[in-house]
Every structure is written in C-alpha cells, then in structure tokens.
Design a protein around this ligand. Sequence first.
Ligand SMILES: Nc1nc2c(ncn2[C@@H]2O[C@H](COP(=O)(O)OP(=O)(O)OP(=O)(O)O)[C@@H](O)[C@H]2O)c(=O)[nH]1
Ligand SMILES: [Mg+2]
Length: 450
Amino acid sequence: MKTINNTIVAIATAHGIGSVAIVRISGRKAYEIGLKITKKEHLIPRFATLCYLQDKYNEVIDEAIVIYFKSPNSFTGEDIVEFQCHGGTAVADLVMNEVIHLGARVAEPGEYSKRAFLNGKIDLTKAEAIAKLIETKNIDAVKILSRQLKGDLKKFVDDLRNDLVEILAYAEVNIDYAEEDLPTDIMDSISARLINISKIITNLIESSLRKEGLINGFNISIIGKPNVGKSSLLNKLLNCNRAIISDIAGTTRDTIEEDIRIGTHLVRIIDTAGVRDSMDQIEQIGVQKSIESIENSDIVLMMFDNSQNCTQEDEKIIDLIDKYSKNKKIFVFLNKNDLKNKFDVSKIAKYNPIEFSAKKDVNIVIETVKKYLDTQNINESLILTSKRQITEINAALYAIKRAYIPLENGELELFAYEINDAIMHIASITTEFERDEILDKMFGSFCLGK
Ligand SMILES: Nc1nc2c(ncn2[C@@H]2O[C@H](COP(=O)(O)OP(=O)(O)OP(=O)(O)O)[C@@H](O)[C@H]2O)c(=O)[nH]1
Ligand SMILES: [Mg+2]
C-alpha cells in the first residue's frame, strides 16, 4: 500500500437540494477526524451509526449516519469515514469546513479513484468505467460499463497479454538458433498465433469505434441543401419551435444542437445550414460547419425535397452520401411528400429513400433511427470505452505488425523487442506504468468526490 500523507474530504453527492448529502473523508487522519466530530471513542468498521456531528465549540451541526471503512477494506484502500448528512448544500458545507479545520484538505477531482488505483484496489479499466458510468445518460451504456466494472475488460486484456508473453517466451527459447536453423514450423506457429491476435484486436477496435456513440451519446446530423425542411424536422422531433423555419433558402446559418431521447437512447440532434455554394461569407462558414458536423456524427440524415426538381445542389448532397457512406451510417429522406412529386427519385433510389412530411408526421424518421440504434446494443461483445484504451491497443497492434518482418528474417531479438512493446501497450490498458502526468490528466477529468 502506498503511503499518502494527505487526508482528503469532498461532498460525494450532487450539489443541490436532496434528502441526503454524503461527506467522505479518506486518508490517515480520517478515523481520528471521524471520532473528533462524532465525539465517539470508537467507530465499528462497516457499521452505520446514528451520531450528532459537532463543531469545535461542541455545537451540533447535524444528526447523521456515520460509516467507518477501515483500511484496506475501503474504496480507496485507506481509512474512510462517511457522513450521511441531511441534504442541501449548507449542512454538508458546514461538515466539510469542520473536517478541513481538523486537518483534511479538499480532494481534487478524481482523487479518490486515483488513490484506489495507486493502492491496487481498482485497475484503470475499472476507474474509467466508474467515471463514465457517472457521466453517461444512456441506459445501454450502463450495461457495458457495468461489465467493465465487473472486470470483463481486464480479463480480456490480461488474456491477450498472457498470449503475447507466451509467444515472447517461445521466441526467446529459440533465440539461440542460427538464422538458417530456425525451424519453419515454429515460425509458422508463432506467425499464426500473431495473425489471430491481430484479428481479435482489429475486430475489437472496429466494434469499439462503431459503438462509441453508445457510451458518449450518438450524434445525428441533418444535412441537405437549403429549404428541404431540415429545421422543420428538428422542431418536430423536439416538439417545439427551436429553429427558425422559413421558405427563404439559407435560413439556418449556424449549427443548432439539442438532446432528445429516442427509445432508450439519448441522442444529440444537429440541425445544419443548408449546403450550397454561397458568396455570403457567413453562410460559407455555416456550410463548412455542416460538413464538419457530418464528420463528427455517428448517423447522418440526408434530406431532399420531394416537391422540387433535383438540382445541382442536390447532386452535391448525393456526392456527400457517396463520400461518407463507407464510414457513417446514412439514412436518406425525401421530405414534403404531402406535396406533388417533382423530384427524380431514380437519382437516389439506390439509397432506399424514405418519404415523409416534416410538416405532418416524423414518426417514420424516429422509428428508422430507433431501429438502427437498437441494433447497436451491447450484448454481443466487449468494447473499449475510452480514447486512451483505443490508443494503447492500436499501438500494440502496430508493434505486432512490425514484428512480422524480423520474425520472417529470423531476427528474433528484434522480434522480441516489438512483442515486448506490444505487451507494454496492452498492459497499459489496465495498469499505467510510471506515467504520472497521464494519470493526473485521466483522473483530473473525474467528478469531485470520486
Ligand atoms: N408542404 C410542406 N412544407 C414543408 C415541409 N417541411 C418543411 N416545409 C417548408 O419548407 C420551408 C423550408 O423549411 P426549413 O425547415 O426552414 O428548411 P431548412 O432545410 O431548414 O432550410 P435552411 O435552413 O435554409 O437550410 C418552410 O417554408 C417549411 O414550412 C413539409 O413536409 N411539407
Ligand atoms: Mg434550417
């Protein structure tokens, strides 16, 4: 166990009015402070005790439930004392002040989790799962993160690491062979195992990137030339007049973002400026932002106007569909089907356009998106849930790919070096080695009291 001298304190519950507020102290002085505030001679570990909390003048601050978690059996691995006070901010603030007066200091964001990690109570995948679990607004994401919390990702990573360690050991046993003597069957078997590991990693990265939206919330942009009814669709989805609608082309100049719930999914809808060549400088910036919005979205709703002929501007939208359909989920909609059809549907037939009217009923849009989001659920496989995890596993994959050539050439030292590098990156997913600034950055993004 690492000795950290400071004792820290934070209000662990959300700020605002509520029935209970929890003040949590962790560190060497936590128990001593707990006794002083409760005026108790001792606290039994893991017992809820109803106590009066008193300040330095022996005035009662609150009546609270106090729980003592004795080191190492606590979240941080240190002594922890928790006060379950009455809610609201005033009581908890008074208790905090008293605890600080008795020698604790206010915790940094994520400091409890960082201590838990440094004391070996949790690995990094678990720490990240906790942070994301608190932040997420998506019910499906809760299920993925809970699996991570349970240790599924850690086990997967450990298995991968063990496989590579075995390959490394295998190579090192054979390192004494002269180049020409290296048995080809050994080389083939190592090579086959590496190909298999690369496949597993590649699949994991791909499915993690595909499902990023589940964890961070899906972004859905509405794209089309001016006047096709993008803002009308947004307003109807929100059930309010959020964006200005008019028959003047170029009404929306900037992107407009709003969160809505579709089924169990919380999604961000982005209405964009109509895409067209414009001389107007402001409009040009808006159009540029529309294109960026496609890049930042998981799903794109491309819209055309049923009541107008297909123009060059529409052709540009069709080009965008072709360009982005490989790595974005694109749905094509033909709006204003309450009006007479003039649009040459054959131009977009291959994208299976869905007709609707933003003025009348957008249910089909909601259903289409919901059906797709539902297929993105989590049951099938494990995924990586943070950019850090994806960066590390990508680095491992590159190292494995670099290892093929020295393996083929019988340069086993170089091969071992690359596999070692891969192992380091894989291991970093659960345990970061001596990289303090990375840890500070990571835990610094946690919320206070965790
Ligand atoms: N008849 C009919 N009119 C519609 C429908 N949807 C939108 N409109 C009309 O089309 C015009 C343009 O609608 P907007 O929602 O402002 O179009 P937009 O795509 O956001 O346009 P920009 O912001 O200029 O890019 C408005 O006059 C709407 O009332 C529809 O389903 N049927
Ligand atoms: Mg608009």
